[in-house]
Write a protein that binds this ligand. Structure first.
Ligand code: BGC
Length: 759
């Protein structure tokens, strides 16, 4: 601990210490003026800086700020540098407004497309969420502004978010819901982590010692401060013991008093309280003592918002190269109110009061494109009139290309409530169908924070998924539609065909009190790909105006130890006629058969920019973790020895090259052998098989001997092969009594096996 902090701790009274553990108001920490401890402000986050004027919470009380594309969009960029740049911009703005901490990134896993807050979150894949989350943290913190990686953990639904208990087994937590946070902690050292509202397996995150202390601090080495989500605290004293340092917002003094009383009663030690206070002091002093001046230019950032959106939009369909639109030669119709009034961000704490909005209609006008615009439906996005529809259909008949701007109104997806359907408003679906009936070049431009159903998917020529693209989405849309920019986003989540197909359809969002994660590790593409299910658009998918060729896949070694890892490279060539960017994805499939694993898992991605005809080699480094699963028997990551397939592709369903490798595990023991262990359990594992195989062969021989198939059939009601399979399922204890074998002998035998593997 820093000497200055030690010194302060020795001077603070019990009441002052307790006071430092909760906010002064909605956005600020408490000062202790007599000791020169200042108050600092924090602000949302994550896709723009929502600093409040005075102590307000509403959009109207916010300072106008540049709104950037939401997490659902930026994740589709698959671009670490872009997320880092976004972080740097927010860091500059934060310094300018004396904001010590930006409350983001929000990196919870998209368990169900229905989660009302998916628009803020990054991906259904923990590797993508972790890599991009860490890049954002590095960007913000490069300006000496803190971040708050949220919401730790398993905050995957808005229904009953303050109280629901997410019932998740440990392997699923370790493989799906925790790794993005782990990645941020280990690779970007966030100054704070925000605990979630929900409970995990019955214990609220705000007082969950296993989560905050054992895993986050002790195992991952988190050095910063845990802050509560706003209103997440229930038992404050338990929270202090569990490593929750700062409660936000103000607690009206009630929980400060709980702390004071607990110390007086001896149920909370001064050391436990000092630990919490020290993290608060570090957070406050790190900001104030190294404060940088923030220089930023709103117009520059407004332009940057469009650039980020351009990198993030995903081209889902483009039949007959209807896009890009050749502006000079075509009569273009824009219709649908989102063209004039785009949905730029989601509802709730991340809502930005925009500095200025540029819609597609504005951008087309500014670019002098001579596009015609008719509304198509009412400004509420959910109702229409016959006159509006007729006007749009008539205009569509006259146009060469029709661009219909559609999507979800804010009331459909917002913080605090989950969606109940994937459907877009009926009037919009109907309008799209009617337009497609009169014009073969219909382009749908979507504004939504999460997947929607597309009943018209086969009837339209093109679909551009823009998610919630920030205040300058109009510029990005026009640049992409007219080919000034080339789409390069890929989906960081699967678009399912039906809600009924989604992994947690049967259990989401639970009965209110609990929600059981019965799909386990099979989330997103891990589910759809393992089940070979058709989807609307797969994870990792997105088109470009150019084409890419993948060749020359190389692995540095075809056999290696898990601890050594391997390098994989592939050459990507732009085979089209325009410059473009490709998101190259690397997946690993475990073929060892040791544990139940998803069909494949993403373990690397990179985005490369290529001029027409240009080639570049992309290299990935895989380590032990790239091959490992969370082994509950040894409480650790474990990569079983055996074969793995490395696949490189343009999406999870478009694999362009594969290589088989052989991994040798350096942790020999997959589990502790007991009298209930079967020979088959051991045979599945290469190291264990080596010690049991002779014995197994002997056991089979003892029964089969030199019997021919016919002789064997006379003695047993099954075949030799079936007998061998059956023997694999025999636990060692079944040998008791055979040839005088006692339980003691069996215990000695398993002890010998365990020792051999421990060597
Ligand atoms: C949200 C957080 C947010 C906080 C402060 C909470 O309701 O869950 O994400 O940072 O409010 O606005």
């Amino acid at each position: 601990m820093d000497t200055k902090i030690k010194e302060l701790l020795s001077q603070l009274t019990l009441e002052e210490k307790a006071g430092l553990c909760s906010g002064k108001d909605f956005w600020r920490t408490k000062p202790v003026e007599r000791l020169g401890i200042p108050s600092v402000m924090v602000s949302d986050g994550p896709s723009g800086l929502r600093t409040q004027v005075e102590n307000g919470v509403n959009e109207n009380d916010s300072r106008a700020a540049v709104s950037f594309p939401s997490g659902c969009a930026t994740a589709s960029s698959f671009d670490r540098n872009l997320l880092r740049n976004l972080g740097e911009i927010l860091g500059e703005e934060a310094n300018n407004y004396n904001v010590s901490t930006v409350l983001g990134p929000a990196i919870n896993i998209k368990r169900s497309p229905l989660c009302g807050r998916n628009f803020e979150y990054l991906s259904e894949d923990p590797y993508v969420a972790g890599e991009l989350g860490a890049a954002y943290v590095k960007g913000v913190q490069s300006k000496n502004v803190g971040t708050s990686v949220k919401h730790f953990a398993a905050n995957n639904q808005e229904t009953n978010r303050f109280s629901v208990s997410e019932e998740v087994d440990e392997r699923t937590l370790r493989e799906i819901y925790l790794p993005a946070f782990e990645n941020c902690v280990k690779n970007s050292a966030p100054t704070t982590i925000m605990c979630s509202y929900n409970a995990i397996n019955g214990e609220l995150s705000s007082q969950n010692k296993w989560l905050l202390k054992d895993v986050l601090r002790d195992e991952w080495g988190f050095k910063g401060m845990v802050v509560s989500d706003w209103g997440a605290v229930y038992d404050r004293v338990k929270g202090i013991k569990a490593d929750l340092s700062l409660e936000m917002p103000y607690s009206g003094g009630h929980t400060d008093n709980d702390i004071v009383q607990a110390v007086k009663a001896g149920t909370l030690t001064m050391e436990e309280l000092d630990e919490a206070v020290s993290h608060v002091l570090e957070m406050v002093l790190n900001y104030t003592e190294h404060k940088q001046s923030g220089v930023f230019d709103m117009d520059k950032d407004h332009a940057e918002s469009a650039r980020i959106a351009e990198e993030s939009c995903v081209l889902l369909k483009n039949d007959n190269a209807v896009l890009p639109i050749k502006a000079s030669a075509e009569k273009v119709l824009f219709t649908g109110c989102f063209a004039e009034n785009p949905r730029y961000g989601g509802g709730g704490s991340s809502k930005i009061k925009c500095y200025k909005m540029t819609s597609a209609v504005d951008a087309a006008r500014e670019a002098g494109l001579g596009v015609k615009y008719v509304k198509g439906y009412n400004e509420d996005f959910v109702t229409t009139t016959a006159a509006l529809t007729d006007e749009a259909v008539a205009a569509a008949r006259e146009a060469d290309t029709v661009v219909v701007f559609a999507g979800l109104p804010e009331s459909y997806e917002t913080e605090g409530a989950d969606r109940t359907t994937l459907d877009m408003p009926q009037v919009q679906n109907e309008l799209i169908e009617k337009l497609a009936a009169v014009n073969k070049n219909v382009v749908v431009v979507l504004h939504n924070g999460a997947p929607v159903a597309m009943p018209w998917v086969d009837k339209v020529a093109a679909i551009l998924e823009c998610y919630l693209g920030g205040e300058n989405i109009g510029t990005a849309q026009v640049n992409l539609l007219f080919g000034k920019a080339n789409p390069s986003g890929k989906l960081a989540e699967t678009f399912p065909l039906r809600l009924e197909d989604t992994p947690c359809y049967l259990t989401y969002p639970g009965n209110g009190r609990t929600c059981v994660y019965s799909e386990g590790i099979f989330v997103g593409y891990r589910w759809y790909d393992s089940r070979k299910m058709p989807v609307l658009f797969p994870f990792g998918y997105g088109l470009s105006y150019t084409t890419f060729e993948y060749s020359n896949l190389k692995v540095s070694k075809s056999a290696f130890k898990d601890s050594d890892g391997v390098e994989v490279s592939i050459t990507i060539k732009n085979t089209g006629s325009v410059e473009g960017k490709e998101v190259v994805q690397l997946y690993v499939s475990d073929k060892t058969g040791v544990e139940v694993r998803p069909e494949k898992e993403l373990k690397g991605f990179d985005k490369v920019n290529l001029k027409p005809g240009e080639s570049k080699e992309v290299t990935f480094k895989l380590d032990r973790r790239s091959f490992a699963f969370w082994n509950i028997d040894i409480d650790d990551w474990y990569a079983p020895s055996g074969k793995y397939i490395i696949s490189i592709g343009a999406s999870s369903r478009d694999i362009r090259a594969t290589a088989e490798v052989d991994v040798t595990s350096t942790s020999k023991k997959a589990f502790t052998i007991t009298p209930q262990t079967t020979m088959g359990d051991m045979l599945r594992n290469r190291e264990m098989a080596a010690i049991i195989k002779p014995e197994f062969d002997q056991a089979c021989h003892a029964v089969i001997g030199d019997l021919s198939d016919e002789e064997f059939a006379k003695l047993f009601p099954f075949t030799k092969d079936a007998m061998i399979e059956m023997t694999k399922s025999n636990p060692f204890r079944l040998n008791r009594g055979k040839n005088g074998i006692t339980m003691e002998d069996i215990l000695k035998q398993v002890e010998r096996y365990n020792k051999e593997l421990d060597k």
